[in-house]
Design a protein around this ligand. Structure first.
Ligand code: GUN
Ligand code: FE
Length: 423
């Protein structure tokens, strides 16, 4: 058995409300799993060397539950558009580049390294409609031991000719993708109808059959903007709400259902999500940039829905989930200001969403409770020299004004990651 002892200021979420802080503490990691945290090294480990991070904060790695790998190069461009214009003008032309596997290899390689750099070790990613490019991303994530869901995007209508599949082709290529990647690896395939406007009823039905055949989950955009909901329900006129489109196709029954945005859910949307145990992914930067509205996150959580955070790159412009934790608090305050029936999020709640809340989708990660896999980050250098701050203050400050330069060590499954070894 391999045992590591680490020393530092250890912080993780015990629950949505409770941040657990162990200042000046020692942690034992046995075979990649957290064994315990103590104020002194226990007798049994006394002879072992200690990896000492001093006043460094040791925290769980982040989970990004909604990111478009294919929009990596688009970050920070076209941010003055609303959703449909942004898709037409920027996103669809850019995504069509992924028909070239060499382009995909270069972009996805860079994206994966950037995720790791920013401390995101677990992610649910959209690619494009292209099989080979999607395949490349799958193996790039796997290579680094990341935990992830990867979805080849489906779209058979309402997109330009250069980024549209026939229904048959979409189903055939999706089934091939799911079949070739199914298994118990850390990276798993997930069905990814882009959103209702770009997917026909026949396509949704076929995807439901694939979900049942392979025991596969789904990710998509749900109740993303008022225009999206109106368009979706015009196209699916027999459905009473956005979630019903996926429920009727049998897409909520066979694996996780991960819904991005969920800004204007109806009571029926919420009921269906509740029944399916769906995750609602809050992407505050993106909903400010390209859509109109802010998820009522505190309310949805109080109503018992699972919430996580996403960057939604390139709708969102930044790679760090830590910044989305800060932005979730900011956005919730704006929402409370204009709609006082919504209460704002606390920082511990937002940090929970960034770590344990999203981590739950990937296994025992996102926390340091005993038995959790040690996917972790060390945060240093956020204090002003000569003006020490408490660990909880340093954590909050890192989320607001820190960046990847403050992440001075990274562990995946207990193994220290060397990002700069040219791999
Ligand atoms: N809705 C449909 N496609 C997209 C996309 O690529 N990004 C976002 N944020 N919303 C979408
Ligand atoms: Fe998105």
């Amino acid at each position: 058995m391999s045992v590591q002892i680490l020393h530092g200021d250890i912080a993780y979420s015990e629950s949505p409300q409770a941040l657990s802080i162990h200042e000046n503490a020692y942690m034992a990691v046995e075979d990649g799993a957290v064994r315990g945290i103590w104020p002194q090294v226990p007798e049994t480990y006394a002879a072992l060397p200690v990896t000492d991070y001093g006043r460094g904060l040791i925290i769980p790695a982040f989970s990004d539950l909604h990111i478009h790998a294919s929009q990596f190069l688009q970050r920070g461009v076209g941010m003055d558009c609303l959703l449909f214009d942004w898709l037409e003008r920027y996103t669809f032309p850019q995504e069509s580049n992924f028909r070239d596997p060499a382009y995909a290899e270069a972009v996805y390689g860079a994206l994966v390294r950037e995720l790791l750099r920013h401390g995101t070790f677990h992610a649910s990613l959209f690619t494009t409609i292209h099989y080979d490019a999607s395949d490349y991303l799958f193996w790039a994530l796997e290579k680094y031991g990341m935990r992830a869901f990867v979805g080849k995007v489906n779209m058979d209508r309402n997109s330009p000719d250069f980024l549209r599949e026939s229904t048959e082709e979409s189903l055939r290529e999706t089934e091939r993708f799911v079949r070739n990647h199914a298994g118990n690896g850390r990276v798993q395939p997930i069905l990814t109808p882009r959103f209702a406007p770009t997917c026909s009823e026949g396509l949704m039905k076929g995807l439901g059959e694939i979900a049942a055949r392979y025991g596969c989950g789904i990710q998509t955009h749900l109740c993303e903007s008022r225009e999206e909901v109106t368009t979706a329900l015009e196209l699916y006129s027999s459905c009473g709400c956005d979630a019903e489109i996926y429920a009727r196709a049998g897409l909520l029954d066979h694996g996780p259902s991960i819904f991005a945005h969920v800004i204007f859910p109806s009571p029926r949307d919420k009921e269906l999500m509740h029944q399916a145990g769906s995750v609602a992914v809050h992407c505050p930067d993106a909903t400010i940039n390209i859509t109109a509205g802010i998820m009522p996150a505190a309310r949805l959580a109080e109503e018992g829905l699972s919430i996580a955070l996403g960057t939604d790159v390139g709708g969102g412009h930044g790679m760090g989930i830590y910044r989305q934790a800060a932005r979730a608090v900011q956005a919730s305050k704006v929402k409370e200001f204009y709609e006082p029936e919504n209460r704002c999020l606390t920082f511990p709640e937002a940090f929970y969403l960034a770590t344990a809340g999203g981590g739950r989708c990937f296994g025992p990660v996102g926390t340091f409770k005993e038995g959790s896999r040690f996917d972790a980050l060390v945060i240093q250098g956020v204090e002003d020299p000569g003006f020490p701050m408490a660990p909880a203050e340093r954590l909050e400050r890192f989320c607001y004004i820190g960046d990847d330069r403050n992440i001075t060590a990274r562990y995946i499954d207990g193994a220290k990651l060397n990002l700069f070894d040219g791999k």
